[in-house]
Design a protein around this ligand. Structure first.
Ligand code: MTE
Ligand code: MO
Length: 196
């Protein structure tokens, strides 16, 4: 298990970002409920500014090299859950397989509930950005984004798309669902970048 709960040192002195309170619960925040999914037809795609667009079935995705990390989770509404154990595929693994083009600067994630969220490419190509399929050793609960979600421990949690099924590499920034509605594009918790 890789413990990345010390990544806050890159951003500030305190593990708990300013204005956050710790909770042991794992609240659910979804814009429109939990979408259904079918393991037979589920498809994960990697598109845009890449040498080789990719597509994975659920079986194929599950077979990708994955790891377990201990991470903290910071919600923009003010709660943080420390020491989450997430198992998944690091973002760089996917990026390397697709061969990200030189002109790619930004990434847009898409999800089964039509949620989207965006991040600069350099904020994605970190080992801590995981495509998560298990939480605390169990399949990721559906309401928390199962079968597959993204986590971004260095950013507020709305940057992590639950029910993720697509990653698009972009040559120009594009805004996601909450980013279009006034939430911060950069979303650094240690700088309290909550709104834009
Ligand atoms: N697909 C999708 N992903 C999403 C959301 C959503 O509504 N749909 N909500 C975001 C928000 S605002 C937060 S705070 C976290 C919440 O994750 P949780 O429900 O597992 O706590 O998921 C993020 N990812
Ligand atoms: Mo959120």
């Amino acid at each position: 298990m890789r413990d990345v709960t010390d990544l806050y040192r890159e951003f500030g002195d305190d593990r708990l970002p300013p204005g956050q309170r710790e909770t042991s619960k794992f609240p659910v925040l979804s814009k429109s409920g939990t979408p259904s999914w079918d393991p037979e037809t589920w498809e994960f795609t990697v598109t845009g500014a890449v040498e080789e667009p990719l597509s994975f079935s659920w079986e194929e995705f599950r077979d990708l090299p994955s790891e377990t990390q201990r991470q903290d989770f910071h919600c923009v509404t003010g709660w943080s859950k420390l020491d989450c154990e997430f198992t998944g595929v690091p973002f760089p693994e996917i990026a390397e397989r697709a061969g990200v083009r030189e002109d790619a600067v930004h990434v847009l994630f898409s999800a089964l509930d039509d949620y989207t969220t965006d991040l600069p490419l350099e904020q994605c190509t970190r080992e801590e950005v995981l495509f998560v399929r298990a939480f605390d050793g169990e399949p990721l609960p559906r309401e928390h984004g199962g079968p597959l979600r993204v986590v971004t421990p260095h950013r507020y949690a709305y940057k992590g798309a639950k029910w993720v099924d697509g990653v698009e590499f972009l040559t120009e920034p594009e805004l996601g669902y909450w980013e279009r509605r006034g939430y911060s594009e950069t979303a650094n918790p240690w700088r309290e970048e909550r709104y834009s």
